[in-house]
Design a binder for this molecule. Structure first.
Ligand code: FAD
Length: 488
């Protein structure tokens, strides 16, 4: 779905045109399917991956490459849902997933992968107190290295008044996401997995011990089927696709911006806001990669170039006009509960899906869990059992999801505007107090006296010099820039 050079053209695409018998058949060659393939092949299984388009065609080949611990579901909600102990195990798994990606994404095995360290989560509102308890929990209870950044520190790295506090993850990192998915495919091939592209799976029969998989030009038999088709799975098990709310997310990369980029963004890692609206990082030294607009239908990413550029300017006005030279986009599958779908649906029928916006660490962890479960009997996938397959509402759900998305973006933009307004008022108050103190000092009065309300001027005391009247306060602005444009 990207507008850049077709990375799939880097290797010859093989379509399945003959019948085949394997241990494990995987439907979908995104991050999820390919990681299962790599791990299962490494453990000695015979593996076939069937991909309807080409490797990394959807979200997996069109993402920002930020690798962090955690899930779409917040830590507090996770604890509430499954209790502290299981939440802690689930969190540890999500960290293992990130470390797994780090282990694979070396320059040696994936040349040009460009791993760089550190990610920053910034808040759109002033929530210092909440931040402290979150930091304590992450550090002390969940063994995750994090630093809390005060507003000044955030704003020395990111020249904008949009962001307040930040949580810095020194162990998070970023990689070239497109190279990574192709890198996993080539490692899987080298380990013996066979990947067939332009080979959609149109039907499965998972009832017997040997399961049947039907494609337009061939049939397979396998002991295990792994469904890793994300929102596009369709015919083989439509009820499963219907448990995901599809959201198309779009990104763009600017033309080289020269020194002006470094003047507004000093931070070298990925930045994401806590409301999941903007996600960006510097690539190639002086280009800005940015993802923000979303729709619940598929659209051409090129349409969003203007909206992405405007969004960059909204957050970083000093950046000025930017040219977006590349756009990309992909569909992510969101579950109703916010946790991925990982596990066994019936004997020998597996699912690994629903990774949402945070798919790199989670799909890597799922790949390991499923391969090890099939081949070694590892049962840790059961930690995901409390998160059942919940119907996402079909077309009505998509429409509702769209409006909920719009609403939450507006709500968060309004909260951000309110926080910035309060901050401006605080600054103006401080300036006013200082002016008043100075005026009193000049008038020889001590200590600084507040200006009395009209009609209540005290008598018999030294009269402070009246400071200039405060400038009228703007009303709380209603943001016109929540996501910047077309359909998002
Ligand atoms: C703009 C954007 C930025 C993102 N940034 C990040 C980020 O920085 N960090 C992060 O962790 N995550 C990020 N994500 C999320 C991440 O990309 C996804 O969670 C992840 O790629 C999902 O992988 P997947 O394998 O489940 O799905 P997909 O990538 O959708 O792969 C599924 C594959 O299955 C194939 N398929 C489906 N049905 C069939 C069938 N019947 N027969 C054959 N093949 C089939 C499809 O063609 C597709 O290729 C981002 C996503 C987007 C869109």
């Amino acid at each position: 779905m990207n507008e850049g050079p077709d990375a799939a053209a880097l290797h010859e695409r093989a379509r399945l045109s003959f019948d085949l018998d394997v241990d494990i058949c995987i439907v979908g060659a995104g991050l999820a399917g390919l990681t299962v393939a790599l791990e299962a092949a490494r453990l000695g299984a015979s593996v076939a991956v069937l991909e309807g388009r080409h490797v990394g065609w959807n979200a997996s080949g069109n993402q920002l490459g930020t690798v962090m611990p955690g899930y779409a579901l917040s830590l507090a909600e996770l604890i509430e849902r499954v209790g502290f102990e299981d939440a802690s195990e689930l969190w540890a798994l999500s960290k293992e997933g990130a470390e797994y990606v780090r282990g694979l994404a070396t320059e040696q095995s994936m040349p040009g992968i460009g791993l760089s360290e550190g990610a920053l989560e910034v808040s759109n509102v002033d929530v210092g107190d909440q931040l402290i308890s979150r930091l304590q929990m992450l550090n002390e209870d969940f063994g995750t290295e994090v630093e809390g950044w005060q507003v000044d520190r955030v704003r020395s790295e990111l020249k904008t008044d949009r962001y307040f506090h930040g949580v810095y993850y020194p162990k998070a990192f970023q990689i070239d996401g497109r190279k990574y998915v192709h890198g996993v495919a080539s490692l899987a091939r080298r380990s013996g997995a066979r990947i067939f592209e332009d080979t959609p799976v149109v039907r499965i029969d998972a009832s017997g011990i040997r399961k049947r998989i039907v494609t337009p030009s061939a049939r397979l038999r396998a002991s295990h089927i792994v469904l890793a088709g994300n929102i596009h799975l369709g015919a083989p098990l439509r009820r499963l696709s219907d448990t995901l709310l599809p959201v198309w997310r779009y990104g763009g990369v600017t033309a080289p911006l020269g020194d002006r980029l470094g003047e507004v963004i000093a931070f070298k890692g990925s930045v994401a806001d806590t409301d999941n609206i903007d996600h960006f990082r510097i690539v190639d030294g002086d280009r800005l990669m940015w993802a923000s607009p979303e729709t619940t239908w598929s659209a051409n990413p090129k349409r969003f170039a203007g909206a992405i550029g405007r969004r960059m300017q909204t957050i970083f006005p000093k950046l000025g006009q930017v040219e977006i030279s590349e756009t990309f986009g992909g569909a992510i599958g969101q579950t109703v509960h916010g946790m991925p779908q990982i596990g066994q649906l019936r004997k020998g029928l597996w699912v690994t899906s629903g990774f949402g916006r945070q798919g790199l660490n989670t799909s890597a962890m799922a790949g390991q869990l499923i391969a090890r479960s099939i081949l070694w009997g590892d049962e840790r996938w059961r930690l995901f059992s409390p998160f059942e397959l919940v119907w996402a509402g079909g077309p009505t759900g998509r429409v509702a999801g769209y409006f909920v998305g719009l609403w939450s973006r507006s709500a968060s933009a309004a909260a951000g505007a309110l926080a910035r307004h309060r901050e401006r008022v605080r600054i103006q108050d401080r300036v006013r107090e200082a002016r008043l103190a100075e005026a009193n000092r000049q008038a020889g009065s001590r200590p600084a006296v507040r200006r009395p309300p009209p009609g209540h001027a005290p008598t018999g005391r030294p009269r402070p010099v009246r400071p200039p009247p405060p400038r009228p306060q703007p009303e709380v602005p209603v943001p016109a820039d929540q996501s910047g444009g077309e359909g998002a």
